[in-house]
Write a protein that binds this ligand. Structure first.
Ligand code: GLU
Length: 478
């Protein structure tokens, strides 16, 4: 282990946001890259907004993403006594002081309608602790420079920084105090976090200096935006990692995609394994412009990851989705059939949640064709009835393996002057109930001749029975 120590410090106010996940990932990658330590600290000091359910949800999402922490989770609330003790020490050393000014009094004195400014009224009054008194940090003259790996050295003039409150009148520490004290206690070397924290960073640094703690190096990451360049919002956009999990994204695909939101390797690679990400990652080369979270691109990544999976792994991934559908839709899963069709589905889906609809025709007794498909594929084309009728007799004598079924279908089409695509369409609708689905000839093979013929017969009887020369050769739609 090197002395690189980073942390992810979520506030548990709901769920893990994709922006937070990107922050966690960059910290994790930075630690991995440098053989450092990744600390998880839950900043749960806002009792009104924090819940243990959201802490659990955030930890679950991090675990699902595979971002394993080396230390923690620490709870910020458990270190409250230390935060208070630091504030007390700052008072003892004259770096902070008690103040009893009411807001109205400050406003009256400052008389600036826009100001939240404090005028330093109590700086030298030497007040003792007491009811209604806050502790304020005595901001010295001068300027503070933030060493930020992405932004150079932005400087903040102290003229723009009030003597800020570090302990509220009820004795509770404010966020920036707890945050800086914890980072110092945990010997954090690099603070990699969202850019919304940059404005308070000078206060953080002033506190570190006052505590005599080393100041970490910062990297304030750009925000994530939607296609309209608006900051992602939970009302408009899908921002919860959990949402992506529920949609059937693979954690590896999401991790890969998140890594590229603001960063890219020097070459043009986009699909990178975790090891490749770790080897190439450099937090200093993160781009400062807002990063577009493109769900369509993430979906594309997911499809690539799904196709790269080993077939048995894909089956494991897809199984919970299939089992859920089986429960909800009353199917009985035949494991041997599922094992044969899963690799077919693997080539066709971008999301695991798309698997059930594709495999459904194998696990139901009867297929029902929706009205639009009946009209479009069975009734409108003048050849649908003849194709299905011919299929009934041709398939009866065909070797029942996909390649031979394909040849059979090809010959059948040629006799009707139809290309393979047009020939397949009514057969597919008859046996699967859908216009699109898994490769047809493999589907027929797995379904078995009897079930395939029964479904074709049923389609002819149900949807095309007004035609006279329908002579089904098999019965019973199974
Ligand atoms: N708890 C803060 C947040 O969730 C993070 C602060 C930090 O990373 O320093 O926004």
């Amino acid at each position: 282990m090197t002395d690189v120590r980073v942390r992810f410090a979520p506030s548990p106010t709901g769920y893990l946001h994709v922006g937070g996940a990107r922050t966690a990932l960059y910290n994790w990658l930075h630690a991995q890259r440098h053989g450092g330590t990744f600390v998880l600290r839950v900043e749960d000091t806002d009792a009104a907004r924090n819940t243990t359910e959201s802490t659990d949800a955030i930890l679950a999402s991090l675990s699902w993403l595979g971002l394993r922490w080396d230390e923690g989770p620490y709870l910020q609330s458990e270190a409250r006594a230390e935060h208070v003790a630091v504030a007390q020490r700052l008072v003892d050393e004259g770096r902070a002081y008690y103040c009893d000014c009411a807001r109205a009094e400050i406003e009256e004195r400052v008389r600036d309608p826009h100001a939240t400014r404090y005028d330093g009224h109590c700086r030298d009054r030497g007040l003792a602790p007491g009811t209604g008194r806050v502790v304020r940090f005595r901001v010295p003259d001068g300027r503070t420079v933030v060493r930020d790996l992405l932004r150079g050295e932005p400087a903040f003039d102290h003229a723009g920084i009030d003597d800020f409150v570090v302990l509220r009148s009820d004795g509770t520490p404010v966020f920036v105090l707890a945050n800086a004290v914890d980072d110092a206690r945990m010997r954090i070397s690099h603070v990699i976090r969202g850019e919304e924290h940059l404005p308070t960073t000078p206060k953080y640094i002033l506190l570190c200096e006052a505590m005599g703690a080393p100041v970490p190096t910062f990297a304030h990451l750009p925000v994530l935006v939607n296609e309209k360049r608006q900051k992602l919002s939970k009302r408009r956009d899908h921002v919860a990692v959990e949402y992506y999990r529920e949609q059937g994204f693979l954690p590896d695909a999401l991790v890969n995609y998140l890594a590229l939101l603001g960063w890219s390797p020097r070459d043009d690679r986009e699909i990178l394994s975790r090891d490749e990400l770790v080897a190439a990652f450099d937090v200093g080369s993160v781009n400062l412009s807002a990063a577009f979270f493109d769900e369509a691109k993430l979906r594309h990544f997911n499809g690539v990851y799904i196709r790269e999976r080993a077939p048995d792994r894909f089956l494991d991934d897809a199984r919970p989705w299939v089992d859920d559908a089986a429960r909800a839709r009353g199917w009985t899963i035949d494991d041997a059939v599922l094992e044969r069709v899963a690799p077919l589905a693997q080539t066709r889906v971008a999301l695991l949640s798309e698997v059930p609809d594709l495999v459904e025709p194998f696990f139901v007794d009867d297929v029902v064709v929706d009205g639009a498909a009946v009209e479009e594929v069975l009734l409108r084309p003048p050849y649908a009835r003849s194709v299905l009728t011919a299929a009934l007799s041709d398939y009866a004598d065909c070797d029942w393996v996909a390649e031979r079924i394909k040849d059979c279908t090809h010959e059948l089409g040629a006799r009707h002057d139809l290309n393979l695509r047009k020939t397949q369409a009514p057969i597919r609708v008859a046996v699967t109930g859908r216009k699109v689905g898994l490769p047809l000839f493999e589907t027929l093979e797995v379904l078995g001749r009897d079930r395939a013929l029964a479904r074709i017969t049923a389609a002819l009887e149900r949807y095309l029975s007004h035609d006279e020369d329908v002579t089904p050769r098999a019965t019973g739609a199974r």
